[in-house]
Design a protein around this ligand. Structure first.
Ligand code: SF4
Ligand code: SF4
Length: 268
C-alpha cells in the first residue's frame, strides 16, 4: 500500500454519530459469508446500500499482510457535516434493517455457522478492547480503517449533502484521513482511508449477553468457548499458561495505573 498525505490539513474530526452500532463493522466481516451468501435469491434484487462494492474495511497489523473486506451490499454508509462545529460524522446502517437475514438478527448474541452457534464479543467490542487482549486472542494488535473508493460518484453517494469535490476536500482535511493505493488482486486502486475511532461508550452494541470487554478474565468467563478455541489454535498445549500470564499482566498494569493516579492526587 502506498500512502500520500496532503499538506493542507486543518485537523477537523470525523466520528460516528452517537448511536448504537453506527460503526457497522460486523457488516463487513462477521455476519456475511463471501459473495453475500446470507442474502436470499429474492433479496439479492433489492437496491444496494450506499457503501456497496465501494467502501471496504481494511485491517492492518505490524508484520502481517493487510486484510481487505467487502461490505454487505445492503450497508448504507453516510457522512454528514455537523452544523455546530463543522466536524464530520459517519453513520453505517443496514438499509433493510427490519427484513435483515436471521444471522444478522442474532449477531452478536448468537454467532457462528448454521450448525454450531457460538457466542462471542462483536468485532467492534474486540477492536476497542486493550492491546493485551488482542495480543492474547489474535496474537497481534490491529488498526482498522474504512477504505472508500476515491471516485466522485462514490463520494457523492456517501456524502449526499455536499458537492462531491467539496466533500472530498472536507474528508482529506480530517486528521489522519489520507489517500492510499491499495492492491486488489493484480491491480492497484485509489482509496481514501478513514481510521476507525474507538468510541465504545456510545456506539458499542450491548445486551445482557453482550457486555464491553473490560478485562480478559471477565471476557473469558463470558465467552469461554470462543476465546478458548482461539487460544488453543494459537498456542496449542500452552494456551492455559498464556491466558494466566495475560490476566496477570493486565492486573499488574491496572494496579500500576491506580498507584500513579493516587500519587498524582496526593501531589495536587
Ligand atoms: S457494535 Fe458490534 S454489533 Fe454493533 S455494528 Fe458494531 S460490530 Fe456490529
Ligand atoms: S443485511 Fe444488514 S445487518 Fe446484515 S450484514 Fe447486510 S447490512 Fe449488515
Amino acid at each position: 500500500m502506498n500512502n500520500t498525505c496532503p499538506a493542507n490539513k486543518d485537523y477537523s474530526n470525523i466520528t460516528f454519530i452517537e448511536s448504537e452500532c453506527s460503526d457497522g463493522m460486523c457488516c463487513f466481516t462477521c455476519v456475511i459469508p463471501p459473495n453475500n451468501g446470507h442474502i436470499s435469491f429474492l433479496k439479492s434484487f433489492w437496491r444496494n446500500g450506499t457503501g456497496a462494492f465501494c467502501v471496504k474495511l481494511l485491517v492492518m497489523s505490524e508484520g502481517c499482510k493487510n486484510e481487505l473486506y467487502d461490505s454487505c451490499k445492503f450497508l448504507d454508509f453516510i457522512i454528514s457535516q455537523n452544523s455546530e462545529n463543522s466536524n464530520l460524522r459517519m453513520n453505517l446502517r443496514c438499509s433493510i434493517y427490519k427484513s435483515r437475514p436471521k444471522p444478522c438478527m442474532e449477531y452478536p448474541d448468537r454467532a457462528g455457522g448454521s450448525y454450531h452457534k457460538i457466542s462471542g464479543p462483536c468485532i467492534y467490542n474486540e477492536y476497542t478492547a486493550s492491546g493485551i487482549y488482542k495480543q492474547l486472542v489474535y496474537k497481534r494488535d490491529w488498526q482498522a480503517f474504512f477504505a472508500i473508493r476515491d471516485q466522485s460518484g462514490v463520494i457523492q453517494n456517501i456524502f449526499p449533502d455536499k458537492d462531491a469535490a467539496l466533500a472530498r476536500e472536507l474528508l482529506l482535511k480530517v486528521k489522519d484521513v489520507h489517500p492510499a493505493l491499495i492492491s486488489e488482486g493484480t491491480k492497484e486502486s485509489e482509496y481514501i482511508l478513514i481510521p476507525i475511532q474507538k468510541q465504545a461508550d456510545n456506539i458499542l452494541y450491548t445486551s445482557e449477553q453482550h457486555q464491553p470487554i473490560t478485562t480478559i478474565e471477565k471476557a473469558y468467563n463470558r465467552w469461554e468457548e470462543k476465546i478458548q478455541k482461539n487460544l488453543q489454535h494459537h498456542y496449542k498445549h500452552e494456551w492455559e499458561a498464556m491466558l494466566k500470564n495475560a490476566i496477570e499482566m493486565e492486573e499488574r498494569d491496572a494496579s500500576q495505573r491506580r498507584d500513579e493516579d493516587t500519587a498524582r492526587n496526593i501531589k495536587c
